[in-house]
Design a protein around this ligand. Structure first.
Ligand SMILES: [Zn+2]
Length: 259
């Protein structure tokens, strides 16, 4: 089984003690490529360092809505400098993690929106797909994407919305990132949506160290659990694990422009 983990935070300190071993186990388990996402200006160097030194790791850079307090206006300018400097680098695969989070306490929705739109414009300028974080904000996100059509589209990560919302994203050319959340028995709506989703729309992810799958509650999530997540999701969808693995692998390669 060949797999691509389209969303991880492998640069986080949770992996400082055993990152090399985790990567070795991923490689042995068929997790061939791992996308690591920047979340604020302070971690971009670390993310890029990881991508430049580890063959399996690919980088995305962005300003995450949950870290709004850490972002400064100058960081948008900094991000543009990074994208300019890395333009054409094979290891830079997307702009992200960006998005809207209305689930956090007292979200500054106006500032989140400003930041999102500025970064969507950058993605268009540098011809990169976007990796989106969306919590309780599918309606404003869908409206925003309709105004900012992106030729290279992107992924709605950790998707857990309705079938109607899924369909809107698919019409906009987006893929839906599925991971551990859908594997839990209580995720009944997600599992109904999963059964309806066309295979062309699904990419797999762990969001490691977050969102561990069923059977690993309270543990650190890791990209090495992606084969297990793939098997559980495939069973819930009523298809073979190899079929889901192959489709999500193909979809990820197509999105990121990989051979
Ligand atoms: Zn994330």
């Amino acid at each position: 089984m060949q797999l691509i983990d389209t969303h991880t935070h492998l640069d986080f300190e949770h992996f400082d003690a055993d990152r090399e071993q985790v990567l070795a186990r991923c490689s042995a388990a068929g997790v061939e490529r791992i996308v690591v996402l920047g979340v604020h200006e302070g971690n971009w160097q670390r993310v890029w360092q990881l991508a430049s030194t580890q063959p399996a790791v690919h980088a995305a850079l962005g300003l995450h809505p949950v870290f709004l307090d850490r972002h400064r206006d100058a960081h948008l300018h900094e991000l543009r400098n990074w994208l300019q400097r890395l333009h054409g680098e094979r290891k830079l695969c997307a702009l992200g993690e960006i998005g809207l989070d209305y689930y956090i306490d007292t979200p500054d929705t106006e500032r989140q929106q400003q930041l999102l739109e500025a970064q969507l414009d950058m993605a268009a300028e540098f011809a990169l797909p976007v990796l989106l974080h969306v919590r309780r904000a599918h309606a404003p996100m869908i409206a925003t994407l309709k105004r900012h059509r992106l030729a290279h589209s992107g992924i709605v990560h950790a998707f857990s919305g309705s079938w109607e919302e899924a369909r809107e994203y698919l019409r906009l050319g987006f893929k839906l990132g599925l991971g551990g959340a859908g594997t839990w028995p209580q995720a009944r709506r997600m599992q109904r949506v999963l059964r309806q989703l066309p295979l062309e729309s699904i990419v797999l992810e762990t969001d490691a160290p977050d969102i561990p799958p069923v059977g690993h509650g309270g543990e650190r999530n890791s990209p090495e659990l992606l084969p297990e997540i793939c098997r559980t999701l495939a069973e819930l969808k009523g298809i073979g694990a190899d079929e889901l693995a192959a489709a999500s692998y193909r979809n990820s390669c197509e999105l990121f422009g990989w051979d």
